[in-house]
Design a protein around this ligand. Sequence first.
Ligand SMILES: Nc1ncnc2c1ncn2[C@@H]1O[C@H](COP(=O)(O)OP(=O)(O)O)[C@@H](O)[C@H]1O
Ligand SMILES: [Mg+2]
Length: 362
Amino acid sequence: MNGGDAIISIQEVTKRFGPTVVAVDNVSLDIRAGEFFALLGPSGCGKTTLLRMIAGFETPSDGTILIDGEDMFNVEPNRRPVNMVFQSYAVFPHMTVAQNIAYGLKVVGTQRAEIDTRVAEAIALVQLEGLEDRKPDKLSGGQRQRVALARALVKKPKVLLLDEPLSALDAKLREAMQIELVNLQHSVGITFVIVTHDQHEALSVADRIAVMGTGHVLQVAPPMELYEYPSSTVVADFIGQVNLFPVEGAEARDGGLAVRVGELGEIALSGAKERVTHVAVRPEKIRVAPGEPQDPGLVKVRAKVLNVSYSGDQSHVFLETPGGLGVSARVQNSDRSLAAVARENDELWLSWRPEDVQPLAD
Ligand SMILES: Nc1ncnc2c1ncn2[C@@H]1O[C@H](COP(=O)(O)OP(=O)(O)O)[C@@H](O)[C@H]1O
Ligand SMILES: [Mg+2]
């Protein structure tokens, strides 16, 4: 087997710890050269273990990992064309910024002049100019993280592995660093593989995301495809918020399916597969109005407001149909107003386009 044009090809890889723990369970995955790839999933699903196997800090119990076409079996971490930035960004406290960044080159005997050039390049890349002689305890969390990034990049790896690199930073700084990571990846042009449990982080930085659940890869897709066209109820529910309605019956129609969904009636799904157990609709796709929508093409239902949660830019409205179907709708507060979009016990009409309905099989 070979991984084609993949820089990393993970082939049927399993990792067991002891007799009972299967941290990674028969995962196959290709990561393309030059992409920003994210491994996303809840805590304990095997993300770090998978990354550590790519880095060479763990050995697969089964399966093969190819990097740049070469089988990594028995290849030591420092002989692999990858470098890892750890969750607890390890920098040496007694060394200056420049010494920290130079360290990895020094230990392999790189010439002084070349070290100086490459350290200066790395410092410029992560925008730490002027801080070369500072010690880590005189740096902010964001700056320390940049030192850790520069330390990894100075070795010019083909792949940079990042395990929850921003998790220690506060929300605002984290968002700023996400943009910087993307800019950095564009300027160095190498493959980045980031591990995160933060869906917003994965959606905003990655070209493609692998969603993981307990040792398995559930779906691999670009962010928009993952959000708009999830392949399972688990992925739909894990990424963002979603209304999942059970399907009661289905019949073939016009090359697609017509499904019956309780009080929502019949919904025509043009691209639907043979088997559909649920339909999914994102809350922001649902329009909320006092009057009945006249467009006959819309899916519509009347519902009573249970609760309204205001969060500034938007309001989240939770409703219930007479038959007891719970629906959540998100309304963008695009006009400045002091009037609530809805109040408890209001009877409103909900409507959405059939194109915004995602068919799912379990
Ligand atoms: N060295 C280890 N020994 C035993 N179990 C481990 C070890 N490393 C990870 N695990 C277990 O493997 C599973 C996956 O862990 P991990 O890869 O760290 O998940 P994540 O990074 O997604 O939070 C967890 O159940 C964890 O407890
Ligand atoms: Mg982890």
